[in-house]
Ligand binder design. Structure first.
Ligand code: 0O2
Length: 221
């Protein structure tokens, strides 16, 4: 589907899409570099995988309608923060905050908004860390700050969100209370699993430190 924009806005929209495509490339490169650096320094990579997308025209139009706005390029750029979106799937909850701070600390990244649904989950149980950032895109004669939404979550959080999205979609947002309760219960189990996995990982790290320390000591003596 094409966005039903005014005919004279087509060229502007194509230029805007080029910016969104560019910002996804920029953020993906940044993440790849961070992951490689982490792998080299700590012998493990915090990022399991990354997906990115440009929001579908239907979804952009829906969001603009929900905000009671006219469908213009100006309104999309100003009010739809997640036209460009990247989702980072991490191993452990602690990785989420490490990655978020490594991104925020970069000089060319401006953090516009943070929604920490891990510290404060949504009432339905949804957890994830969301950031809206802007990154400058260098064109021939212009530098244009372009927004991208970054969602960071663990494998378990992603598992829940993907399935909840499918189930909820089937009910067109009007899932019966019983289903909602069961989904919430699953979210609690997911959160327990994440905590458990993190704690196992911490124990393994201590075990390694002790073991390596022990080896070093015994080779010293
Ligand atoms: P899609 O298809 O993922 O793009 P805003 O207009 O930015 O102020 P918004 O969009 O509600 O407000 O922002 P928020 O809260 O940061 O959440 C936006 C995105 O987070 C959603 O995008 C989903 O991807 C995800 N999300 C938020 N809540 C839920 C939830 O309860 N369940 C699931 N599965 N995902 C959620 P979109 O635009 O809905 O869809």
């Amino acid at each position: 589907m094409q966005l039903p924009l005014y005919y004279n806005e087509e060229e502007e929209w194509n230029r805007t899409l080029l910016l969104y495509d560019s910002v996804l490339r920029e953020i993906n490169t940044k993440l790849e570099i961070l992951n490689n650096e982490f792998k080299q320094t700590h012998q493990y990579n915090p990022i399991e995988h990354i997906t990115s997308r440009i929001k579908s025209p239907e979804s952009i139009a829906r969001k603009i309608r929900k905000k009671n706005l006219e469908l213009t390029v100006e309104n999309i750029v100003k009010y739809v923060n997640d036209v460009a979106g990247v989702r980072i799937i991490c191993s452990f909850t602690s990785d989420i905050y490490k990655i978020a701070s490594a991104i925020s600390n970069q000089d060319d990244v401006t953090v516009l908004r943070v929604k920490d649904y891990i510290a404060t989950p949504k009432p339905n149980g949804y957890t994830s860390y969301h950031m809206i950032v802007s990154i400058p895109i260098f064109l021939t004669n212009d530098v244009i700050d372009t927004k991208v939404e970054i969602q960071i979550r663990t494998i378990a959080m992603d598992f829940w969100a993907s399935l909840e999205h499918k189930i909820y979609y089937k009910f067109e947002g009007k899932a019966p209370a019983g289903i909602k309760d069961e989904l919430k219960e699953c979210a609690n189990i997911i959160s327990f699993l994440d905590e458990k996995m993190l704690s196992i990982n911490e124990s393994v790290k201590h075990y390694h430190e002790d073991f390596n320390g022990g080896v070093a000591m015994s080779s010293d003596t």
